[in-house]
Design a binder for this molecule. Structure first.
Ligand SMILES: [Zn+2]
Length: 391
């Protein structure tokens, strides 16, 4: 990639500021990995040349939290909510019913369309989950679908209690940590639990996470989204890679995140789409916690695949600086997935990058709603090249 006006490396030791910006450089990706960065015009010969034409190049976005395997939509629920109805976790059940009744090929087509949509907006790594099947068979086939569109696959049998287990939470927890986990664990890297009133309490969540860890899965928790609770503490205590949402945090939760290895993954698309108060990102950042940003793309509470939109929300609504938001959407996501080779552009990083049609990365928040993604490269291969734009 030649003639990069500003290169965001996300390695402060390599360049200026918190995101380690280098000016007027070329970058070489060899065999999928960043091999060389040096002054513009001095790069060694390459088989394929991409001209950044003085624009900004950033690491590809790492969207560490999505739910792309589902059928139907919930636009009527959204419309009702915008007219004043409050979001409750039970809305998930309508997507469960639709997903169970839809063949895997159709689920795969929907998920693939959303994954392409994400790529066109600069996402080079996706995590996605099951969680709308809630039977052994349906969770298993949802994970098969997830594996066709995402690098990182998460088992979320504990999304909500399956409708046929209403009033029998203990029996459903036994199913999840028993036969469902046995069938699903080989198809996933991670296990996630929605720890929330109306979903799973901390004791049930702990049992499921312990069983998953016993089967070799890494841990993630949907925590403290709709109310204060034990989810964040549980995630940190169990060494989960990420506690996701973190919308209602007390001082002990913030301290736990600051002192542990668990990333606080914020999903402001959910607060936007449910018209709810945003997480206190400033409090987390100022405490020293590692923050990630992700879309939470799902049909109920955040039907967006756009990381640039999430960055704009993080800056405008959560008082993150443009640098902090970009870092959280790239390096933060990589930390939340424990993938050290992602989320940065330095020698040894995977060659995942986005050429922005802008001179600096701050334009992602400064120009909300405008498509600034010109070219997307994953592991050195062009995934997406946008149409011609007016000069
Ligand atoms: Zn989620």
């Amino acid at each position: 990639v030649r003639d990069i006006g500003q290169l965001v490396t996300n390695r402060p030791e390599l360049g200026e500021g918190a995101t380690g910006v280098l000016r007027h450089v070329d970058l070489v990706v060899d065999n999928g990995t960043v091999a060389w960065i040096g002054a513009a015009g001095t790069s060694p010969a390459a088989d394929v040349m991409l001209d950044a034409a003085g624009r900004c190049v950033i690491p590809g976005f790492v969207d560490s939290h999505t739910h792309l395997v589902f059928a139907g939509d919930r636009v009527e629920e959204f419309t009702a909510r915008m007219a004043g109805t409050r979001y409750q976790a039970g809305g998930i059940q309508s997507t469960v019913a639709a997903t169970r009744g839809t063949p895997s090929e159709v689920l795969m087509a929907t998920a693939a369309k959303l994954a392409r949509e994400a790529e066109a907006q600069g996402t080079t790594t996706l995590e996605t989950k099951s969680g709308y099947g809630l039977t052994v068979t349906d969770e298993s086939r949802c994970l098969d679908v997830a594996g066709t569109v995402a690098e990182e696959v998460t088992f979320l049998g504990a999304h909500v209690v399956a409708p046929e287990y209403r009033g029998r939470v203990d029996d459903y927890v036994a199913l999840v940590k028993g036969p469902m986990l046995q069938e699903c664990a080989p198809k996933a890297r991670w296990c996630d639990v929605f720890c929330e009133e109306g979903a799973f309490g901390p004791e049930a969540a702990r049992e499921i996470l312990q069983a998953a860890r016993g089967r070799g899965l890494g841990l993630r928790v949907h925590a403290n989204q709709l109310s204060f609770g034990q989810g964040v503490q549980l995630a940190v205590e169990m060494g989960a890679a990420s506690a996701d949402h973190c919308t209602h945090l007390d001082a002990a939760d913030v301290d736990a995140l600051a002192g542990g290895s668990t990333v606080a993954t914020l999903l402001p698309g959910a607060e936007f789409s449910t018209r709810s108060p945003y997480p206190e990102a400033r409090r987390l950042l100022d405490s020293g916690a590692t923050v990630a940003l992700a879309t939470d793309c799902n049909p109920g509470t955040s039907y967006t695949t756009s990381m640039p939109f999430v960055i704009a929300l993080a800056v405008r609504e959560m008082h993150m600086t443009p640098d902090e938001a970009l870092y959280a959407a790239t390096a933060g996501g990589a930390r939340a997935l424990r993938r050290d080779e992602l989320g940065a552009l330095a020698p040894g990083s995977r060659g995942d990058l986005v050429v922005l049609d802008a001179p600096t990365a701050a334009h992602l928040a400064y120009r909300p709603g405008v498509d600034l993604v010109a070219t997307v490269v994953r592991a050195g291969r062009v995934l997406f090249a946008g149409g011609a734009r007016p000069a």
